[in-house]
Design a protein around this ligand. Structure first.
Ligand SMILES: Nc1ncnc2c1ncn2[C@@H]1O[C@H](COP(=O)(O)OP(=O)(O)OP(=O)(O)O)[C@@H](O)[C@H]1O
Length: 341
């Protein structure tokens, strides 16, 4: 659905030239939810704005639904943009217009007759769960409701692609989750391709099928979310993965435990996909002469299955501990001994 080829965007600033997007090649498939993650300044906003030509590329190509966006005439570009909806961190609503009139706005611009517009607006209001709020003004809505208006407006022209620019960054965690669930729902119902940029791995974990990690204008790593969680290659990716798999307290709690005497062996087990449901710990206790203590653990759901880490301590003689390690590896669960021989 989307193909970027050798895409570059540079800016001239007083301090010299900044390369915000640096020779990016990327393919995003139809119907997938694709996340781009990176810290502030990595070039994410520039990249997403290049997709609908809000920024013009310095060089390279952007192809969306078969159209080379940077070679279209102004008129053709306007048409092509109708196939690409966009939502923003701060919603970008028109404050003097009601919810209905905000959603209707892109249809008015397109010249859709009033009756048809009203019907479409009502459908969209139902789709995003804003029944009964059509006559409200944005200032009367919560952040989550404002973003629902943003989503409805972005979908008004039946786009093929929805771009989300830090769409949940201004929302609290619970509202973030409800908006993310709405995006998954829309992706499934409408088969819409969704591209989102974020600095939060939680967003990637919760809704994306694939992810690209961006640093200094380049994509340093990309792949299926579960695969990237399982084997992050780059340091930057490892940091992001830790955001969701290891709560901040984990490291502190483990450091504390490791200072205790006779803690035995401490293992980190990594469960991916179907593995997370196996009764592994029960089997270890039943089969081997060891004492098992669960220290910390967290299993999260991704769009491709469960993922998580469990820290356990094992006490027992060396032969028995080795048997446990062999057993765990046999179960296709990744295990790392982080303390003990
Ligand atoms: N219009 C501009 N003029 C000059 N430099 C710019 C412009 N827009 C972005 N940049 C520079 O390009 C680089 C990438 O910025 P960009 O906003 O795309 O990053 P980002 O990952 O989206 O970060 P953030 O989340 O903070 O917006 C930064 O060094 C930024 O200063």
């Amino acid at each position: 659905m989307i193909s970027l080829s050798r895409l570059v965007k540079t800016y001239q600033t007083r301090d010299g030239q900044v390369t915000a997007v640096d020779h990016i090649d990327l393919k995003i498939n139809e119907g997938e939810i694709f996340g781009i993650i990176g810290y502030s300044g990595a070039g994410k906003s520039t990249l997403i704005r290049l997709l609908n030509m809000l920024e013009e590329p310095t060089s390279g190509d952007v192809t969306i639904a078969g159209k080379n966006m940077n070679q279209l005439s102004k008129k053709k570009l306007r048409e092509a943009r109708q196939e690409i909806g966009m939502i923003f961190q701060h919603f970008n609503l028109l404050w003097s217009r009601t919810v209905k009139d905000n959603i209707s706005f892109p249809l008015e611009i397109k010249g859709v007759p009033k009756e048809e517009r009203d019907q479409r607006v009502n459908e969209l209001i139902r789709l995003v769960g804003l029944e009964g709020r059509g006559g409200s003004y944005p200032s009367q809505l919560s952040g989550g409701q404002k973003q629902r208006v943003g989503i409805a407006r972005a979908l008004a022209n039946n786009p093929k692609v929805l771009l989300c620019d830090e769409a949940t960054s201004a929302l609290d965690p619970k509202t973030t989750d409800s908006i993310l669930e709405l995006l998954v729902d829309i992706n499934k119902k409408l088969g819409l391709t969704i591209v989102l940029i974020t600095h939060e791995m939680h967003v990637i974990r919760k809704i994306c099928h694939r992810v690209a990690v961006m640093e200094q204008g380049k994509i340093v790593e990309q792949g299926d979310v579960l695969e990237v969680f399982k084997r992050p290659k780059e340091e930057m990716t490892k940091e992001f993965v830790k955001q969701v798999t290891e709560p901040e307290e984990t490291e502190e709690a483990l450091q504390h435990l490791l200072q205790e005497n006779n803690i035995g062996h401490v293992l980190q087990l990594t469960f991916v996909g179907g593995d997370a449901e196996k009764p592994l710990i029960t089997n270890i206790i039943r089969r081997f002469e060891v004492t098992v203590n669960i220290l910390q653990g967290k299993i999260s759901q991704t769009q491709n299955g469960p993922y998580g880490s469990l820290f356990i301590s094992l006490e027992g003689d060396a032969v028995e501990v080795q048997k446990v390690l062999d057993y765990i590896r046999d179960q296709q669960v990744e295990v790392e001994v982080i303390h003990g021989e």
